[in-house]
Design a protein around this ligand. Sequence first.
Ligand code: 2M8
Length: 441
Amino acid sequence: MIDSQARQRLIRAAQAVLAANDLGNATRPAPRVYPHQWNWDSALIAIGISHYDQPRAQTEIRSLLKGQWRNGMMPHIIFNPEAGDYHPGPDYWGTAGRTDAPVDVQTSGITQPPILAYAVLQVYRNATDKKQAAAFLAETYPALVNYARYFREQRGAEKDGLAHIIHPWESGLDNSPRWDLPLSRIKIGWQPEYQRVDTNALDGNQRPTNEEYDYYSYLVEFIRKYNYDEGELRELCPFLVQPVLFNSIFCLSLQALIEIGKIIGEPTSELAAWEAKSREAINTRLWDKQNQTYGDFDLRAGELYNTATPMVCSPLLAGIPSQQRANRLIEFLTDPNLYWPQPGYPLPTVAMNDTNFNPDKYWRGPVWIIINWLLILGLKSHGREALAEKLTEKTLELISENGFYEYFNPFTGAGLGAQQFSWTASLGIDLVKKSVLISII
Ligand code: 2M8
């Protein structure tokens, strides 16, 4: 149990991490390994910052929106012109001059989990000057709706209710075993030409393999070859998956957009229809009867498949499952053989009894604060406040005892990957602020 002094210390230290990673109008995820601005990182960073610096949180969002493409796409990276040491950089993406790409900033050409609209709503909720904050909502709303419309029109949500991704990096979960099956079906057409730099700064045993990087780089080259043309990529991209976590986050952001629309007096019936369609599709097309959890749909193979990771419970975060399904999912999450090690720290990103589980390797087992934070939200959405508080408590303990790492060993708590990681800091702040305990101290 971490007491109120430890919580205050955590907030101060987290603010120092965010200040050190501040690039002016944007925040990098970590000093050396991630020197640019990332899409969902920045959205989550803005939530943390909005608890103590509303103008800076709004600036974070505005700088992210500068990267938006004309078709509504929010790129996964906006490049920092001062930083060079990252693969793949702007030249490898080669998006400059593409018809849809912005002219004054350089970006990648794929997106990331669309948590942005939810983040904007949280920034508003944390504001004390609600009039100014509502003006910020009105300012950003059209861009946020365009981003949602992009998933409807370009990524299949209009047709299926579900958005597809064209690269594992779009999932945010890079080398999660969730992509092993669809990647294994891809025949690499040529040897991609690239140089990894991540393993210069970090232990290679904690990072994806070279084979995985071959797939990632090949897919970037493939997407670039087809000129970022969404229609062509829908037809031809060898990786085309409708992931459950991504779509649950899409639904959450649609719910947030509806709420924002109501606050600023915009009609919301169209958004409500989009949200209902996506929710329904998650509950039907992504429901895996056999495992009694949610899976991902591989559009290339035309099948639903599943992997033992806590993401199988992700629809909880947008209140999507029935109470009966939710109860079953929560039993999985709290099972000490799967996701709640005792002793240790919940929630490992792969089930501990699964052959893919590796407690130290990137998205293949370590605890990630983002996943805990999303599932804490899910527990609260389903009325499980006490359990949400328990998970909050364990997560804060993990950070305050081990530091603001990118990910953590679920048994020992040892920090892994990048140090001084921004979303660990910002979500740490958010967890302290929302914790039931803090409000009674
Ligand atoms: C990781 O992804 C990037 C590629 O986008 C990488 O491996 O270099 C993921 O953890 C992703 O979710 C995250 O947004 C990004 C920056 O923190 O790093």
